[in-house]
Write a protein that binds this ligand. Structure first.
Ligand SMILES: [Zn+2]
Length: 253
Protein backbone atom coordinates (compact mmCIF):
# COMPACT_ATOMS: atom_id res chain seq x y z
CA UNK A 1 0.00 0.00 0.00
CA UNK A 2 1.13 3.52 -0.65
CA UNK A 3 1.73 5.33 2.61
CA UNK A 4 -0.07 8.52 3.41
CA UNK A 5 2.99 10.74 3.17
CA UNK A 6 2.88 14.50 2.79
CA UNK A 7 1.83 14.88 -0.82
CA UNK A 8 3.27 16.73 -3.75
CA UNK A 9 0.73 19.06 -5.28
CA UNK A 10 -0.16 21.03 -8.40
CA UNK A 11 -2.90 23.31 -9.66
CA UNK A 12 -4.85 23.52 -12.89
CA UNK A 13 -6.57 26.69 -14.08
CA UNK A 14 -9.59 25.63 -16.15
CA UNK A 15 -10.02 27.61 -19.35
CA UNK A 16 -13.73 28.33 -19.35
CA UNK A 17 -16.48 27.21 -17.03
CA UNK A 18 -15.77 24.08 -15.03
CA UNK A 19 -17.28 22.33 -12.01
CA UNK A 20 -15.23 19.66 -10.24
CA UNK A 21 -18.37 18.55 -8.41
CA UNK A 22 -20.13 17.88 -11.74
CA UNK A 23 -17.17 15.70 -12.78
CA UNK A 24 -17.31 13.85 -9.49
CA UNK A 25 -21.06 13.36 -9.70
CA UNK A 26 -20.68 11.92 -13.20
CA UNK A 27 -18.55 9.09 -11.80
CA UNK A 28 -20.31 9.05 -8.42
CA UNK A 29 -17.15 9.99 -6.54
CA UNK A 30 -17.79 13.27 -4.71
CA UNK A 31 -16.18 12.77 -1.33
CA UNK A 32 -17.10 14.91 1.65
CA UNK A 33 -15.16 14.30 4.83
CA UNK A 34 -16.73 15.30 8.16
CA UNK A 35 -13.64 17.43 8.74
CA UNK A 36 -14.56 19.57 5.73
CA UNK A 37 -17.39 21.09 7.72
CA UNK A 38 -19.26 24.11 6.50
CA UNK A 39 -16.08 26.19 6.71
CA UNK A 40 -14.29 23.87 4.26
CA UNK A 41 -17.19 24.48 1.99
CA UNK A 42 -16.52 21.98 -0.71
CA UNK A 43 -15.89 18.35 -1.20
CA UNK A 44 -13.13 16.37 -2.80
CA UNK A 45 -12.79 14.25 -5.88
CA UNK A 46 -10.54 11.29 -5.16
CA UNK A 47 -9.02 9.48 -8.10
CA UNK A 48 -6.72 6.47 -8.15
CA UNK A 49 -5.04 5.27 -11.31
CA UNK A 50 -1.87 3.97 -12.95
CA UNK A 51 0.41 6.73 -14.18
CA UNK A 52 1.16 7.19 -17.88
CA UNK A 53 4.84 7.11 -17.03
CA UNK A 54 5.72 3.73 -15.60
CA UNK A 55 2.27 2.37 -14.59
CA UNK A 56 2.77 3.49 -11.01
CA UNK A 57 -0.28 3.50 -8.72
CA UNK A 58 -1.14 7.00 -7.60
CA UNK A 59 -3.95 8.65 -5.66
CA UNK A 60 -5.21 12.22 -6.09
CA UNK A 61 -7.24 14.46 -3.83
CA UNK A 62 -8.76 17.22 -5.97
CA UNK A 63 -10.54 20.28 -4.64
CA UNK A 64 -11.77 23.42 -6.36
CA UNK A 65 -11.40 26.98 -5.08
CA UNK A 66 -14.15 29.56 -5.52
CA UNK A 67 -11.98 31.13 -8.24
CA UNK A 68 -12.32 27.91 -10.24
CA UNK A 69 -8.73 26.75 -9.75
CA UNK A 70 -8.40 23.00 -9.22
CA UNK A 71 -5.87 21.99 -6.57
CA UNK A 72 -4.45 18.46 -6.48
CA UNK A 73 -2.54 16.62 -3.77
CA UNK A 74 -0.64 13.62 -5.10
CA UNK A 75 -0.35 10.45 -2.99
CA UNK A 76 2.28 8.21 -4.51
CA UNK A 77 5.39 8.45 -6.62
CA UNK A 78 5.63 9.48 -10.24
CA UNK A 79 6.46 12.62 -12.12
CA UNK A 80 4.15 15.31 -10.81
CA UNK A 81 4.00 17.24 -14.08
CA UNK A 82 3.08 14.15 -16.07
CA UNK A 83 0.45 13.28 -13.48
CA UNK A 84 -0.88 16.81 -13.90
CA UNK A 85 -1.17 16.30 -17.67
CA UNK A 86 -2.94 13.00 -17.08
CA UNK A 87 -5.42 14.55 -14.65
CA UNK A 88 -6.10 17.37 -17.13
CA UNK A 89 -6.82 14.77 -19.80
CA UNK A 90 -9.06 12.68 -17.49
CA UNK A 91 -11.13 15.71 -16.48
CA UNK A 92 -11.12 17.30 -19.98
CA UNK A 93 -9.30 20.29 -18.53
CA UNK A 94 -6.78 20.29 -21.38
CA UNK A 95 -9.48 21.70 -23.63
CA UNK A 96 -10.12 25.43 -23.86
CA UNK A 97 -13.84 25.67 -23.11
CA UNK A 98 -14.16 29.45 -23.33
CA UNK A 99 -16.15 29.21 -26.57
CA UNK A 100 -18.64 26.70 -25.12
CA UNK A 101 -21.20 29.20 -23.70
CA UNK A 102 -21.55 30.71 -27.19
CA UNK A 103 -22.50 27.24 -28.52
CA UNK A 104 -25.30 27.17 -25.93
CA UNK A 105 -26.59 30.54 -27.09
CA UNK A 106 -26.74 29.37 -30.72
CA UNK A 107 -28.06 25.86 -30.04
CA UNK A 108 -31.03 25.51 -27.65
CA UNK A 109 -30.36 21.80 -27.02
CA UNK A 110 -26.76 22.49 -25.97
CA UNK A 111 -28.03 25.50 -23.99
CA UNK A 112 -30.48 23.38 -22.00
CA UNK A 113 -27.75 20.82 -21.24
CA UNK A 114 -25.46 23.61 -20.06
CA UNK A 115 -28.15 24.87 -17.70
CA UNK A 116 -28.83 21.40 -16.35
CA UNK A 117 -25.17 20.51 -15.84
CA UNK A 118 -23.34 23.80 -15.30
CA UNK A 119 -19.60 23.46 -15.74
CA UNK A 120 -19.84 19.84 -16.81
CA UNK A 121 -17.04 18.31 -18.85
CA UNK A 122 -16.70 14.63 -19.81
CA UNK A 123 -14.64 12.47 -17.44
CA UNK A 124 -12.38 10.09 -19.33
CA UNK A 125 -10.90 6.75 -18.41
CA UNK A 126 -7.53 7.20 -16.76
CA UNK A 127 -5.73 5.57 -19.69
CA UNK A 128 -6.25 3.50 -22.84
CA UNK A 129 -5.01 0.35 -21.09
CA UNK A 130 -7.71 0.39 -18.44
CA UNK A 131 -10.39 1.28 -21.00
CA UNK A 132 -9.31 -1.61 -23.23
CA UNK A 133 -9.35 -3.97 -20.23
CA UNK A 134 -12.90 -2.81 -19.52
CA UNK A 135 -13.94 -3.71 -23.08
CA UNK A 136 -12.61 -7.24 -22.59
CA UNK A 137 -14.06 -7.67 -19.08
CA UNK A 138 -17.50 -6.36 -19.96
CA UNK A 139 -17.99 -8.27 -23.21
CA UNK A 140 -21.20 -10.34 -23.12
CA UNK A 141 -22.06 -9.57 -19.48
CA UNK A 142 -24.17 -6.88 -17.79
CA UNK A 143 -22.46 -3.59 -16.98
CA UNK A 144 -23.08 -3.97 -13.26
CA UNK A 145 -21.60 -7.45 -13.24
CA UNK A 146 -18.57 -6.16 -15.15
CA UNK A 147 -18.13 -3.26 -12.73
CA UNK A 148 -18.25 -5.70 -9.80
CA UNK A 149 -15.61 -7.88 -11.40
CA UNK A 150 -13.37 -4.91 -12.16
CA UNK A 151 -13.64 -3.75 -8.54
CA UNK A 152 -12.76 -7.25 -7.31
CA UNK A 153 -9.77 -7.43 -9.64
CA UNK A 154 -8.57 -4.06 -8.38
CA UNK A 155 -8.89 -5.11 -4.74
CA UNK A 156 -7.36 -8.56 -5.17
CA UNK A 157 -4.74 -7.96 -7.85
CA UNK A 158 -4.39 -4.20 -7.95
CA UNK A 159 -2.77 -1.60 -5.73
CA UNK A 160 -4.15 0.13 -2.68
CA UNK A 161 -3.69 3.86 -2.23
CA UNK A 162 -4.46 5.87 0.88
CA UNK A 163 -5.72 9.38 0.17
CA UNK A 164 -5.68 11.06 3.57
CA UNK A 165 -7.44 8.08 5.14
CA UNK A 166 -9.70 7.19 2.20
CA UNK A 167 -8.58 3.91 0.65
CA UNK A 168 -9.01 3.28 -3.04
CA UNK A 169 -7.81 0.48 -5.27
CA UNK A 170 -6.07 0.97 -8.58
CA UNK A 171 -6.62 -1.42 -11.48
CA UNK A 172 -3.92 -4.14 -11.73
CA UNK A 173 -0.74 -3.11 -13.51
CA UNK A 174 0.18 -4.62 -16.90
CA UNK A 175 2.69 -6.98 -15.23
CA UNK A 176 -0.07 -8.46 -13.10
CA UNK A 177 -2.53 -8.72 -15.98
CA UNK A 178 0.11 -10.36 -18.18
CA UNK A 179 0.71 -12.98 -15.46
CA UNK A 180 -2.97 -13.60 -14.63
CA UNK A 181 -3.74 -17.33 -14.54
CA UNK A 182 -7.46 -17.23 -13.89
CA UNK A 183 -10.02 -15.06 -12.17
CA UNK A 184 -13.54 -15.97 -11.17
CA UNK A 185 -16.11 -14.65 -13.56
CA UNK A 186 -13.78 -14.54 -16.55
CA UNK A 187 -14.88 -16.97 -19.22
CA UNK A 188 -14.02 -17.87 -22.81
CA UNK A 189 -10.82 -16.22 -24.01
CA UNK A 190 -11.00 -13.28 -21.60
CA UNK A 191 -8.00 -14.34 -19.49
CA UNK A 192 -5.91 -14.84 -22.63
CA UNK A 193 -7.00 -11.44 -23.98
CA UNK A 194 -6.14 -9.74 -20.67
CA UNK A 195 -2.74 -11.49 -20.61
CA UNK A 196 -2.04 -10.20 -24.09
CA UNK A 197 -3.32 -6.74 -23.19
CA UNK A 198 -0.91 -6.60 -20.26
CA UNK A 199 1.90 -7.74 -22.56
CA UNK A 200 0.99 -5.13 -25.18
CA UNK A 201 1.05 -2.42 -22.52
CA UNK A 202 4.49 -3.57 -21.36
CA UNK A 203 5.67 -3.43 -24.97
CA UNK A 204 4.59 0.22 -25.15
CA UNK A 205 1.65 -0.30 -27.51
CA UNK A 206 -0.86 1.31 -25.16
CA UNK A 207 0.69 4.64 -24.39
CA UNK A 208 -2.35 6.91 -24.19
CA UNK A 209 -0.60 10.08 -25.34
CA UNK A 210 1.03 8.30 -28.31
CA UNK A 211 -2.33 6.88 -29.39
CA UNK A 212 -3.89 10.27 -28.90
CA UNK A 213 -1.45 12.01 -31.20
CA UNK A 214 -2.21 9.59 -34.05
CA UNK A 215 -4.75 10.46 -36.75
CA UNK A 216 -8.13 8.85 -35.87
CA UNK A 217 -7.88 6.00 -38.40
CA UNK A 218 -4.40 5.11 -37.24
CA UNK A 219 -5.28 5.07 -33.54
CA UNK A 220 -8.39 2.98 -34.23
CA UNK A 221 -6.33 0.50 -36.26
CA UNK A 222 -3.74 0.32 -33.45
CA UNK A 223 -6.50 -0.38 -30.92
CA UNK A 224 -8.17 -2.98 -33.15
CA UNK A 225 -4.84 -4.80 -33.41
CA UNK A 226 -5.07 -5.61 -29.68
CA UNK A 227 -6.38 -9.07 -28.82
CA UNK A 228 -10.06 -8.99 -27.93
CA UNK A 229 -10.66 -5.38 -29.07
CA UNK A 230 -12.99 -5.07 -32.04
CA UNK A 231 -14.61 -2.21 -33.91
CA UNK A 232 -16.88 -1.16 -31.03
CA UNK A 233 -14.12 -1.46 -28.43
CA UNK A 234 -11.67 0.60 -30.45
CA UNK A 235 -14.25 3.39 -30.84
CA UNK A 236 -15.07 3.28 -27.13
CA UNK A 237 -11.43 3.48 -26.07
CA UNK A 238 -10.79 6.34 -28.47
CA UNK A 239 -13.76 8.35 -27.25
CA UNK A 240 -13.52 7.64 -23.55
CA UNK A 241 -9.77 7.34 -22.93
CA UNK A 242 -8.08 9.27 -25.73
CA UNK A 243 -10.52 12.12 -25.08
CA UNK A 244 -11.28 12.42 -28.79
CA UNK A 245 -12.99 15.73 -29.25
CA UNK A 246 -14.91 17.26 -32.07
CA UNK A 247 -12.85 19.17 -34.64
CA UNK A 248 -14.25 22.51 -33.37
CA UNK A 249 -12.67 22.01 -29.93
CA UNK A 250 -9.23 23.49 -29.51
CA UNK A 251 -6.49 21.97 -27.44
CA UNK A 252 -4.70 24.22 -24.97
CA UNK A 253 -0.97 24.68 -25.47
ZN1 LIG B 1 -9.47 14.60 -0.26
Amino acid sequence: MIANTPPASFEIEPQGEYSLEESASFIDAWHKAPADGPAGGGGHLHLAFLTDSGWEPVGLCLTQAASGTVHADVYGSGETMRIKDQVARILSLDVDGRGWPEVGRRDPVAGRLQNTFPGFRPVNWSNAYEAAAWCILSARIAMRQAQGMKDRMSRELGHEVDIHGHRLWVFPSPERLAALGSFRGLFGRKVEYLNRLGQSALEGRLDTETLRRMPPDESLAALRSLAGIGEFGSQLVRLRALSAWLPCAKRME
